[in-house]
Design a protein around this ligand. Structure first.
Ligand code: ZN
Length: 424
């Protein structure tokens, strides 16, 4: 077996792993400015996808250009999320005004509307622990506990068993249970996003978030909760439901909430009934007729995209609530350097919609990560002490690999462009 790291190795974003030039695992994009894509040309027979985040599926439709029609294998929620993200990318780059066969209005859009439409023609969905044959390999998905439908991918060519962890979480979340599967493997490609972070237990973080929100509501303030659309928004709606907190939800998270509750996706939820109740508890904002400004005046909780304050309805809510110290802005995810969200946390002001805005409202941060922390990654890898480990998907892959090597692992950290070949 030969592995080629085409993206997401020694970095986070644009994940892509090519096996024997035949089978592609993930094909993401990095939405930075400018965006970046997996390197080199690929012409795979088939693709398997670990989960529906942009950095794992963002470039997929571009594989369906010309006559190319490789099958795409994934879980039903991953398929649905990939379609939402692909359409959002088209919208972001203004493609609809250019007609169905034109690339996006900017150079940065990697695919066309026609290519996105072809995704459903080549899509094959699978549940967890249901092995299937693809391009001469036996492939099995195992629940990775990261987001709804996320999978560890086991790929067996008859001689070598590759376990690609994808992103995973070792603690239970509201939407999904933690990873527990540890299938036998000869080589593990492991994510390491938080290999140097030790987090408080999830329940403790949830409790302090709820307590803080309740305090602000009690004092008569408004709480704006910027949140990623996929997973994070729904986690927060579940918390609001469980603690009888009235809330509004705005942005792409609304569509994703509905998508998770579709019949075919419900079995991938830890507790479908909880999310159904959470949806019932939340008021969906349409944004018509100045509705957002009126909601921002209310003594309530507003869960809204974007999670890092670089767009979305948060651009209306944050300016509306920022001047009053009784209000609160509760950040709920990792803030990439250079984003308004990061600036707000570090300096107390942020540039929103081109205007520098000082914020007098309280600003807090809660680490609701969907990734395992250092302890979680080590706990996972404990089952693979006798297995070669390739560390990817992190900002310090090499450092983590050498820490693993120091504790007896056979570990290394490939970078983009590297290949790995099995010994036999
Ligand atoms: Zn992810």
């Amino acid at each position: 077996m030969e592995l080629e790291f085409r993206g997401g190795a020694g970095e986070v974003g644009r994940s892509a792993l090519l096996i024997d030039e035949t089978l592609l695992v993930d094909f993401g994009m990095d939405s930075g400015n400018p965006p970046s894509f997996p390197v080199g040309d690929v012409d795979p027979e088939a693709i398997v996808v670990s989960h529906g985040h942009l950095d794992h599926v963002g470039s997929l439709p571009s594989l369906l250009s010309g006559d190319a029609r490789p099958e795409i294998h994934w879980t039903p929620p991953t398929r649905d999320l990939a379609m939402v993200l692909a359409r959002d990318t088209l919208k972001l780059h203004g493609v609809s005004s250019n007609g169905p066969t034109q690339r996006g209005g900017t150079y940065d859009c990697p695919f066309t509307e026609a290519e996105v439409a072809r995704v459903s023609q080549v899509s094959e969905t699978h549940g967890y622990r249901e092995p299937f044959e693809v391009a001469g390999y036996e492939v099995t998905f195992f629940d990775a506990g990261h987001i709804v439908g996320s999978a560890h991918v086991l790929i067996d060519d008859g001689e070598t068993r590759l376990l690609y962890t994808g992103d995973f979480q070792a603690e239970d979340q509201q939407l999904v249970e933690r990873t527990t599967a540890r299938p036998d493997a000869d080589i593990v490609v492991c994510e390491s996003t938080y290999s140097d972070t030790t987090r408080a237990p999830r329940g403790t973080i949830e409790d302090s978030f709820v307590e803080s929100v309740e305090g602000t509501i009690w004092e008569g303030g408004t709480v704006v909760v910027p949140a990623f659309a996929i997973g994070r928004t729904q986690e927060l709606l579940c918390l609001c439901e469980q603690h009888d907190l009235e809330c509004y939800v705005d942005g792409m998270g609304k569509r994703v909430t509905e998508l998770f509750l579709r019949e075919r996706n419900r079995e991938f939820l830890r507790d479908p009934d909880l999310l159904r109740r959470a949806k019932g508890n939340a008021r969906f904002v349409t944004g018509r007729d100045g509705q957002r400004k009126r909601i921002a005046e209310k003594n309530t909780v507003i869960v809204t995209t974007s999670g890092m304050l670089h767009g979305g309805p948060a651009m209306t809510y944050v300016p509306e609530v920022r001047s009053h110290p009784v209000n609160k802005i509760a950040m709920t995810g990792y803030q990439v350097e250079g984003t308004p969200g990061r600036d707000l946390l570090e300096t107390g002001s942020a540039e929103l919609d081109g205007r520098m805005m000082p914020v007098s409202a309280q600003v807090e941060a809660y680490d609701f990560s969907a990734h395992a922390d250092r302890g979680g990654v080590l706990e996972f890898l404990e089952s693979y002490r006798e297995t070669e480990v390739l560390v990817v998907h992190g900002d310090r892959c090499e450092a983590f690999a050498s820490e693993l090597a120091d504790s007896g692992f056979d570990a290394s950290a490939p970078v983009v462009g590297d290949t790995w070949t099995s010994a036999d």
